[in-house]
Design a protein around this ligand. Structure first.
Ligand SMILES: NC(=O)c1ccc[n+]([C@@H]2O[C@H](COP(=O)([O-])OP(=O)(O)OC[C@H]3O[C@@H](n4cnc5c(N)ncnc54)[C@H](O)[C@@H]3O)[C@@H](O)[C@H]2O)c1
Length: 416
């Protein structure tokens, strides 16, 4: 029987652990966070994409632990720890280095190690390999090493681990073959590239592509606001072109653990090669401006209604960074809430996925309670369980930053 070790049981690692267990593998699941280890052992999932029922069905085969020693018996170990930025927006490889060092202490000849965390090209070869080689084993000879980026899109059900092609870049051909053998258990289509660097950069290209295109449509949204043109109508019309155009939606800014963070891994690395990655910087700058633009819009709408922001009761709908999930990392909603609060607005929010925002001392209100006597309703993240059109049709000022009230042509509804 194949034993798969997984380090880091977050949005990426836990679904992966469950997928391998569903295929009959034994899974050693390592996380430093004891609460996660206990939750998995108790069969309680904390990730939307994995239900507790699914976890319980395979819990006999998943052995969650905070001890690396148990990884010694794994055939393959997949590293899925966070790769955040430091305060100065430089790559913070701390979790990756710590976990790789701990793995080196228990590494066995013949094992396969795969890095899944998003990072700059060169990380697997230049950072991970030497740390693992402190074990006395040589990468590519005594153990296999590869990079295979995770493409999970939390909350998505049409594309899953199974039917999303998986890119693999091995340190050697044999490394890639070993990695294909493991991932072939849970993925239908594998895409082999010639090196870990090509695999690392392919993931960054995917994220930078999104970031740049979102910035482009956001910049146009700021322009159309001044020109008095409806950006949603424009995007809709352009999207009818059957070739050469890909639809991206404007919005209040970029959130999540990936898009606002990952591109800067490449801009940092590019500096070593005397390059400035201007598209990345520009996209970051434009997207960062969006919450400010949205708050300015709210100010204008209130002003037109003869209301100052100070003291205005504003109901924020949706604070997570995307619909259907509770992840608030880098969520533009938080910036908008902070900016509105600094202006003296009286805020309440409704989000079925986020029970509380302790840093703002706010708790999610039931929808009706949040809307009751609000001077303005601000749709920031459009969760599918909320009927935004119905809210817009009730009257009362509504500012819609997601275009979900399209079709409601009432004066009280103002869209981005
Ligand atoms: N979330 C996504 O949608 C997504 C998609 C594709 C790629 N990625 C990438 O995958 C990686 C993981 O992202 P995530 O969203 O799953 O992060 P996460 O924060 O949800 O989970 C990471 C887990 O690693 C654990 N961890 C940290 N240091 C550790 C250590 N030294 N030893 C053991 N465990 C440790 C944390 O406790 C946490 O549970 C990142 O590089 C991210 O960029 C994420």
């Amino acid at each position: 029987m194949t034993t798969v070790g997984i380090i880091g049981l977050g949005y990426v690692g836990l679904p992966l652990a469950v997928a391998f267990a569903q295929e009959g593998c034994d899974v050693v699941a390592v996380d430093l966070d004891e609460r996660k280890v206990e939750a998995i052992e108790a069969g309680d999932s904390y990730i939307e994409d994995v239900s507790s029922a699914q976890l319980r069905e395979v819990s006999e085969r998943i052995h969650a632990t905070s001890r690396y020693a148990r990884l010694a018996k794994a055939d393959a170990v997949l590293i899925c720890v966070p790769t955040p930025l430091t305060r100065n927006r430089e790559p913070d490889l701390g979790p990756l280095i710590d976990s790789t060092r701990a793995l080196a202490d228990v590494l066995q000849a013949g094992q396969l190690v795969v890095l899944e965390s998003t990072t700059y090209p060169g990380t697997t070869r230049e950072r991970v390999a030497p740390l693992l080689e402190a074990s006395g084993l040589t990468a590519g000879r005594d153990f296999h090493l590869a990079f295979s980026p995770e493409r999970v899109d939390p909350g998505r059900t049409d594309f899953t681990l199974r039917n999303t092609p998986k890119v693999i870049g091995g340190l050697t051909q044999a490394c890639a073959e070993r990695a294909e053998g493991i991932y072939g258990l849970v993925c239908d289509q594998l895409v082999r590239v010639s090196s870990p660097e090509a695999a690392e950069l392919s993931k960054l290209l995917e994220n930078i592509f999104r970031s740049v295109n979102i910035a482009l449509v956001n910049e146009l949204a700021m322009l159309t606001d001044r020109m008095g043109i409806d950006i949603w109508e424009v995007v809709e019309a352009a999207s009818t072109k059957p070739y050469g155009f890909m639809r991206f939606e404007p919005g209040p800014g970029m959130g999540g653990h990936c898009l606002p963070v990952d591109p800067f891994y490449l801009s940092w690395r590019a500096r070593e090669f005397d390059m400035t990655t201007e598209f990345i910087e520009l996209a970051g700058k434009v997207n960062q401006q969006m919450p400010y633009h949205c708050v300015a819009k709210v100010e204008r709408v209130l002003n037109d209604a003869g209301l100052p922001v100070k003291g205005a009761r504003i109901a924020v709908l949706g604070v997570s960074y995307k619909p259907g999930v509770g992840d608030i990392r880098e969520s533009p909603s938080l910036k908008i809430v902070a900016l509105l609060r600094a202006l003296g607005a009286e805020l309440r929010y409704h989000d079925p996925h986020v029970a509380a925002l302790p840093e703002f001392d706010l708790e999610s209100q039931p929808l009706e309670q949040a809307l009751a006597d609000a001077d303005l309703t601000l749709i920031v993240t459009a969760h599918p369980s909320v009927d935004h059109r119905a809210i817009a049709e009730r009257g009362g000022l509504v500012v819609d930053l997601r275009g979900v009230t399209r079709g409601t042509e009432a004066e009280n509804v103002i869209r981005l």
